[in-house]
Design a protein around this ligand. Structure first.
Ligand SMILES: [Zn+2]
Length: 80
């Protein structure tokens, strides 16, 4: 059986474990929990950034993941 390790929170995930999903974003593997946080963080940032541009969107996603890898969690900006 194959195991995945979340690149952000470092928890191990069995690929076929129901209810646990692993997301592949570029070269990263991210668990569903961290993926939710990532989506939140991207959403918070996107609100303040216009016009929408896919280049910075992708850059932002990678930055958030790399930052999350250092802190073992995705930093979600606080809602104002
Ligand atoms: Zn995770």
């Amino acid at each position: 059986m194959q195991f995945f390790k979340c690149d952000v929170c470092k928890s191990e995930i069995k690929e076929l474990n129901p209810g646990r999903t692993i997301f592949h974003i570029r070269e990263f593997e991210i668990c569903d929990h961290c993926h939710d946080d990532l989506n939140d963080a991207v959403r918070q940032t996107v609100r303040n950034k216009r016009p929408f541009d896919f280049t910075w969107y992708e850059r932002l996603t990678v930055d958030l993941i790399q930052d999350g890898m250092k802190k073992n969690k995705i930093a979600v900006p606080s809602r104002k």
